[in-house]
Design a protein around this ligand. Structure first.
Ligand code: NA7
Length: 541
């Protein structure tokens, strides 16, 4: 790894990083510019940006507030960049990530249009051999996956799709030339965060929109608006405090969860608190009380409040019934926020079909056939989500030290230590991997924490002349138990049909994947592991 042990070939590296999104860009900067290592990012897309390179659907916007959805590792970068709105739109985030790539001169070590096909650990050399679909071969001491948690599109296997004569698209693989909906009859399948963002924008363009809803969803108004000069100044002047708040709370957002219980608060006061949070908008709504995800009775006070709001907003009582008939606790699935989502159902060009009552039978040449009739469509939009957290990793043939593949090791669900490593796969790190807080967090702080941990670990190994690190079986088994226990202590584990559990992809093992014990607690655990000599990891020469 040090300069004198580095093989001389151009493709023999210290580290290969897969993916040029938020994670991969920062990991490259740390390994190359802090540690002086030879690292290369391999990226399938023809540009940097990861999730934000692919998710270009109309209305695509981040649900984290812009001043928190950015890197904080560089004060200069924080000071230089200026967001325009409370929630950044996809093109603005993509501009930001391109700015970062230029600002830190990262592009020379990023290879675009390169999809990693396989990675095999060679125990004799203690190196990873990485091959790509384009025919490249790399070797590296370390392999770091920065593939994103929500990047492998879930396109449901509905019979007849190949017969459809119109156009169909998945939101996560949106055509770069865009889709012109004007004059079109459009069907959107899916009402998760993505559908809820896209539906109002598509409704404005399309001649007619039919929404196919399988599970009704809560949503809180985002109350998006341009940022004021005062707020921009506040965010820059208080960046250290904002960073501290994000790194010392449950979800890595720049606000704290109020230390009070809905169940213990008088109904009128609780109502006023919910109303104020509704008017303020955004994910802070779920931070109004600290028992919302712990106590079903407390949760139902928030759930009932939102159901009433839906009914008050949607004027057609049939649509209002379908939209407010929600079968899970509030925020036990990823809570969406929106810009005029429920209001969209008051438009005369928008229909809503309840797939629980009238399921899709097949896709026909002309549209979608449900149990009660055919809906004729020009375009079908699949807002049907992702094979989350493990999908993109398992598309790569990753083979560990005993020839076992990651796919086999995770056949019954991902088994990791801290979400960072899997036993049997030395020197492989997964940034925001399953078993880490990842998708339960505002992701940039979670990414920075993982990248900083991995960078410090590699630096430690270098300074102590260690060539190999591997999570132990015992530590991983104990961590999997902790991940399950953390989920079971909340209402998150009560939802049977959630992508946190893998339940949205037929045949996927149903295991709660993210660590729900809180970001601050997780950081503490990771720091303790280091303080105790990388407890649970086997380090060797
Ligand atoms: P989600 O949250 O997984 O939502 C997908 C939606 O698509 C959801 O309403 C699903 O209904 C629906 N869906 C999935 N498959 C089908 C089929 N076969 N038929 C009908 N409806 C279906 O994905 P998003 O892209 O919205 O959000 C993912 C994350 O990206 C989000 O949480 C943010 O973190 C960013 P279901 O609820 O499964 O019944």
């Amino acid at each position: 790894m040090s300069k004198n042990t580095q093989p001389s070939g151009a493709n023999d590296l210290d580290a290969v990083i897969i993916g040029a999104g938020f994670s991969g860009l920062y990991q490259l900067h740390c390994l190359r510019d802090q540690l002086g290592l030879r690292a290369r990012v391999l990226e399938a897309g023809h540009g940097v940006g990861g999730t934000w390179f692919w998710n270009r659907y109309p209305g695509a916007r981040c649900d984290s507030e812009s001043h928190s959805y950015m890197y904080y590792f560089s004060k200069e970068l924080v000071d230089e960049w200026e967001w325009s709105e409370r929630y950044p739109q996809q093109p603005e985030i993509l501009r930001y990530l391109n700015y970062v790539a230029d600002r830190f001169a990262l592009r020379s070590d990023i290879q675009l249009n390169t999809r990693v096909e396989s990675a095999r650990f060679e125990p004799g050399q203690q190196r990873w051999i990485v091959t790509t679909q384009q025919g490249d071969r790399f070797t590296a001491r370390f392999l770091i996956t920065a593939v994103g948690c929500l990047s492998s599109a879930n396109i449901p296997n509905i019979p007849g799709l190949s017969e459809f004569s119109g156009k169909w698209v998945h939101t996560g693989q949106w055509p770069h030339e865009g889709v012109d909906f004007s004059g079109q009859r459009v069907g959107v399948i899916g009402t998760g965060s993505t559908g809820i963002q896209a539906i109002p924008v598509i409704a404005e363009q399309a001649a007619h929109l039919t929404v196919f809803q399988r599970t009704a969803n809560y949503s809180i108004p985002a109350r998006n608006a341009p940022l004021t000069t005062e707020f921009k100044q506040y965010a820059k002047q208080n960046s250290e405090e904002i960073r501290h708040v994000m790194n010392s709370n449950t979800n890595a957002h720049p606000f704290r969860i109020a230390q009070r219980q809905a169940a213990q608060t008088a109904a009128a006061q609780r109502q006023a608190i919910y109303e104020a949070a509704w008017q303020k908008g955004g994910l802070q709504f779920r931070a109004t009380f600290d028992d919302l995800l712990l106590d079903e009775a407390a949760n139902s006070t928030a759930a009932d409040f939102i159901r009433k709001k839906i009914r008050a907003t949607v004027s057609d009582p049939v649509k209002a019934d379908i939209l407010s008939d929600i079968d899970h606790p509030f925020a036990a699935k990823r809570p969406p926020i929106d810009s005029f989502y429920f209001e969209t159902y008051n438009r005369s060009n928008v229909d809503l079909i309840d797939l629980r009552a009238t399921p899709i039978e097949r896709i026909t040449e002309r549209g979608i056939q449900t149990s009660t009739g055919e809906v004729v469509l020009d375009v079908i939009v699949f807002a049907t989500g992702f094979d989350a957290m493990t999908g993109s990793l398992l598309k790569i043939q990753i083979e560990g030290k005993d020839g076992r593949t990651l796919k086999d090791e995770w056949r019954s669900g991902p088994r990791t230590y801290l979400g960072l490593q899997t036993p049997g796969f030395p020197n492989l790190f997964t940034i925001t991997g399953p078993g880490s807080p990842s998708v339960l967090c505002n992701l940039p702080p979670a990414i920075e924490q993982h990248v900083n941990w991995i960078t410090a670990c590699i630096d430690h190994m270098r300074r102590h002349d260690l060539r190999q690190i591997e999570a132990s079986e015992d530590a991983s088994a104990a961590w999997v138990e902790q991940v399950n226990a953390a989920a079971n202590a909340t209402l998150l584990a009560k939802v049977k049909h959630s992508w946190y559990l893998g339940a949205n992809v037929p045949g996927k093992p149903q295991v709660f994947m993210p660590y729900a014990g809180g970001f601050a607690r997780y950081i503490d655990i990771c720091n303790q592991v280091v303080a105790n000599g990388y407890k649970g990891f086997q380090l060797s020469r």
